[in-house]
Design a protein around this ligand. Structure first.
Ligand SMILES: O=P(O)(O)OC[C@@H](O)[C@@H](O)c1c[nH]c2ccccc12
Length: 269
């Protein structure tokens, strides 16, 4: 968008790389038969698991080092740990992602897979099939309604990411039905879980609402759920260490709530 000067340098670089990739894509439009994201959340909920999208993110501008493990094995660990859905970075230059990784992951699991990238042009939608694509309100600006339509015409479900109330209104006006509130500020790259808490009350009930970024503990999960999150998107906290155990700990955050409370309030006798 026009106000790029407000963005962190890393984000500006990501965006200009994305614009240069704008002509990528295979010949012709993809036609996706998507795995239903909401149904996946409902299944998790019915099963006593917090609906969670676990993100395969080899690295990022705010992460040190790169995780070199096989992304397919990581993805399978996340599903084994109870993730309702997965997110796979396809941005190559700053997040270590690729469309090939997404294809391999989607083939190996049966949960819905979100393509996490910085899409700014319709042609980029045809680079790879996924069940859900991300559109970041701040980056697509006035093109949001057209890109939303173009994505839906191809069969994609669309997650529209916002960071404040103005962007939320813009997303709702464009007809978004799945909205993510990113707790990470793209100008400073700092995380504040209060962002979700301030935007969530203004989201209509029939919208599927996802809390994104900065969720690191079962307490954070409960905090975002208490603020109205239908589901959570978690990357770094899961990628750091044993992905299966990390996922399980977060999806059980509500089931374990009572014992957690008891543990912390227990006084030795
Ligand atoms: O690693 P975290 O703090 O759990 O965050 C995951 C996810 O929300 C984050 O990777 C993200 C949110 N929106 C994005 C847009 C592009 C790239 C990455 C993102």
């Amino acid at each position: 968008m026009d106000d790029q000067t407000e963005l962190a340098p890393a984000v500006r670089s990501i965006l200009s790389a994305a614009r240069n990739r704008a002509t990528e894509g295979r010949s012709g439009e993809v036609a996706v038969e998507p795995r239903d994201l909401r149904a996946a959340f409902d299944r998790a909920e019915a099963d006593g698991r917090v609906p969670l999208i676990a993100e395969v993110k080899p690295t990022s501008p705010t992460t040190e080092g790169t995780r070199e493990d096989d992304p397919v094995a990581l993805a399978q660990g996340m599903v084994a740990g109870g993730a309702a859905a997965l997110s796979v970075l396809t941005e190559p230059a700053h997040f270590g992602g690729s469309t090939d990784t997404l294809e391999r992951v989607r083939e190996a699991v049966d949960v819905p897979v979100l393509r996490k990238d910085f899409l700014v042009a319709e042609s980029q939608l045809d680079a790879v099939e996924s069940d859900v694509v991300l559109l970041i309100a701040r980056f697509v600006g006035d093109d949001l309604p057209d890109l939303l339509t173009a994505a839906r015409d191809r069969g994609f479900q669309v997650l529209v990411e916002v960071h404040d109330r103005d962007e939320l209104e813009h997303a709702l006006d464009a007809g978004a039905t799945i909205i993510g509130v990113n707790n990470r500020d793209l100008a400073e790259l700092v995380v504040d879980l209060g962002t979700f808490e301030s935007v969530a009350p203004h989201v209509p009930d029939d919208v599927t609402l996802i809390a994104e970024s900065g969720i690191g503990s079962p307490a954070d999960v409960r905090r975002m759920r208490a603020a109205g999150a239908d589901a959570l998107l978690v990357g770094s906290a899961i990628m750091d260490g044993d992905v299966e155990a990390n996922t399980r700990e977060l999806v059980r955050a509500e089931a374990d709530d009572e014992s957690d409370t008891r543990d912390t309030t227990e006084t030795p006798t």
